[in-house]
Write a protein that binds this ligand. Sequence first.
Ligand code: OKP
Ligand code: ZN
Length: 309
Amino acid sequence: MKFGYSDTCLDHETGVRHPESPDRLRAIRRGLADAHSVEYVEADPSERERIRAAHDGEYIDSIETFCDSGGGNWDADTVVSEGTWEAALASAGLAEWAAEAALSGSDGRQTPFSIGRPPGHHAEEDDAMGFCFFNNVAIAAQSVIDSGEADRVAIFDWDVHHGNGTQDIFYDQGNVFYASIHEDGLYPGTGDVEETGTGAGEGTTMNLPFAPGTTTAAYLAALSEVIGPAVEAFDPDLFLISAGFDPHEHDPISRMRVSTEGFGCLAAAVREIADDADAALGFVLEGGYGLDTLSDSVRKVHEVFDGYQ
Ligand code: OKP
Ligand code: ZN
């Protein structure tokens, strides 16, 4: 696979006990070190105007000012350092790259995977939360729509937390479909089955909150029976995966039970959905907090695309 990566993403410092650490990216790269067909691409950071595709201008200014002043706690667990601004722009830029690379790829097997941080799916149009500042996947989706590279984008979010920000940003839009499987009762508490979109976006939001302890098999059944058919009916040009690896059975902050092998199965399942929908496919990193489980799982996803050819 082609992995979007930038050292700038390491400059977002969260402090010694924070799970969303620069070591996450280092672990992923270590895990891929001896894998075949790994290619790193350093994409450009997002332009402020691209961030505006998903965020309010005053909010963007307030993040920049907060970073310039040295940072601190935006909220209880969303920590800002001086380097957060550049890292957040880099992370969004990598997601933009993933969307564009997926759409322009003449080789259907060159699926891009952006491994940026900070993650994005909790970031709202005008607020940071849950370790997230700019909603990378939303910026990527809206940017390729704005540029005319895509008419319709589907997003499937398999991070263990509900992507409240991504849902909200597209809640009333009919050209972006958002589906999430998440652990019921976990942060941030949104993502009820009854949240299905509004106005032109009615029916383009789909939430499957699953009980703690849910295993890979249930994710696969949901993909083949519910999410896959919905994505295919939506007929997107691009299918983006908000890929968080915190549903892993050994992740420190969740109670879901997806195995390392299971992430390979999820990757194969979304690849099949993309193929059936004749859509380009790209992955955007969200959470995942066990360094070994994160790196093993990303490697497993990579192997689905490049491991055994
Ligand atoms: C980010 B991502 C509140 C705990 C809040 C925030 C988790 C953010 C996860 N007591 N924890 O979705 O992986
Ligand atoms: Zn998460």
